[in-house]
Write a protein that binds this ligand. Structure first.
Ligand code: PLP
Ligand code: COI
Length: 370
């Protein structure tokens, strides 16, 4: 039986109805797909799904075959983009078990995103349970080696109505995609295009939450980056167009010659869970970390003088990726010799070792699912 919850109350939530897919991929099909999964192209056999309406609250929680949603042309999300999502990963440990990394932080951010977008907030334990149930049933889809299972929880406005108002119905779902590296070059340095024509977020806007609209609005700038031969776009602040904010899908860090780190402060940027983890890891090893404004001009000057040793992007999908080259309408510049550096490499190793259970977890970030 699915669980019906009459009101949003964490304490009365219990479990999901599990309906295993009648025709899952065969071992042979799955293994063939897992050889070179890329990012976000292949999907597992199941999805988790929970529905919301005003009468029942969150109800009808299931894990079932991954399938298309029926799309009424008047579905609210198709018109006014009331949609939020998350991204987190499951990792196989050497002992064959499975780790999730900080799912509670994703659940909290999802809750905050729902509030900002006037959507029904999903109880955080339900978010975590949906993710865990899906990982358990699809655990044979987690790639071995350095691959992982990328989990994509999301929520859409599902009322069939064209009035501009918060939807009275929502669908929350989690799908899973076995992934390798986000960038084609793996951990090799990436190149960044500075978007001077387009901005991502302004104070009072939605930059600090993970809503689909932020990404739709970033695509023109990302396309411009690719036209200039770059992997990713970096945005400047929307008021002065001087301060570095973040990349299209990652936060950014700078490493200086005194060993200190700098990352732009929270406000209009996404509060990345990787960003927060990098700050914690760096501070724990005695590194001075500043969350401060940093201008594009200063970035260029520090790269030229050698004061800036490294820059790197970080996020769930990208992990930690060194930035080799920065391109802009006013000229390009290299970071160091353009090949990355030891700080980004060291932080990446520390982070990944915790995620895969190869290192101690002093911050209590790992949740063992299996
Ligand atoms: N900034 C943006 C715009 C993102 O899309 C992401 C990815 O989720 C991040 C930063 C990094 O966030 P996290 O480390 O939580 O994945
Ligand atoms: C993530 O890292 O989880 C994101 O959502 C970013 C996106 C570029 C895939």
């Amino acid at each position: 039986m699915g669980v019906s919850v009459a009101k949003i109350d964490d304490t009365i939530w219990s479990s999901f109805e599990i309906q295993p897919a009648p025709n899952p991929a065969s071992d042979k099909e799955r293994e063939a797909k897992l050889v070179d999964p890329g990012f976000g192209r292949i999907f597992t056999d199941h999805m988790a799904i929970v529905r919301y309406n005003q009468a029942k609250g969150w109800h009808d929680a299931r894990v079932e075959s991954r399938a298309s949603f029926p799309l009424d042309p008047a579905l609210a999300v198709l018109h006014y983009a009331q949609e939020i999502f998350e991204g987190l990963k499951a990792y196989t440990r050497d002992d064959g078990g499975v780790n999730l990394f900080r799912p509670d932080a994703n659940a909290r951010r999802f809750h905050n995103s729902a509030e900002r977008m006037a959507m029904a907030p999903l109880p955080e334990p339900v978010f975590i349970e949906a993710v865990e149930q899906l990982v358990r049933i699809d655990c044979n889809w987690i790639p071995s080696g350095e691959g992982s299972l990328y989990l994509r929880p999301f929520m859409i406005a599902s009322e069939i109505f064209l009035g501009v108002k918060p939807s009275s119905e929502y669908i929350f779902a989690v799908i899973a995609s076995p992934v390798g590296s986000y960038f084609k070059g793996g951990p090799a340095p990436v190149s960044i295009w500075v978007s001077e024509n387009y901005t991502r977020a302004a104070v009072g806007g939605t930059g600090a939450v993970k809503c689909g609209g932020n990404y739709a609005a970033s695509l023109r700038a990302q396309a411009e980056a690719m036209d200039h031969g770059c992997d990713q776009v970096v945005f400047l602040d929307a008021v002065e167009r001087r301060y570095v904010e973040e990349l299209g899908g990652m936060n950014i860090f700078f490493v200086f010659d005194d060993g200190s780190l700098l990352t732009p402060p929270l406000g209009t940027i996404l509060p990345g869970i990787t960003r927060d983890s990098v700050i914690a890891l760096a501070k724990a090893s005695g590194t001075h970390v500043r969350e401060e404004l940093y201008t594009l001009d200063q970035w260029r000057a520090d790269a030229a003088s050698g004061k800036l040793k490294e820059a790197f992007a970080c996020g769930t999908a990208a992990v930690i990726s060194p930035i080799g080259k920065v391109c802009s309408a006013n000229g390009d510049f290299l970071i160091g010799d353009g090949t990355g550096g030891p700080v980004a490499t060291g932080l990446r190793k520390q982070l990944v070792d915790i995620q895969y259970g190869r290192a101690a977890d002093p911050h209590d970030w790992i949740r063992k699912v299996l």
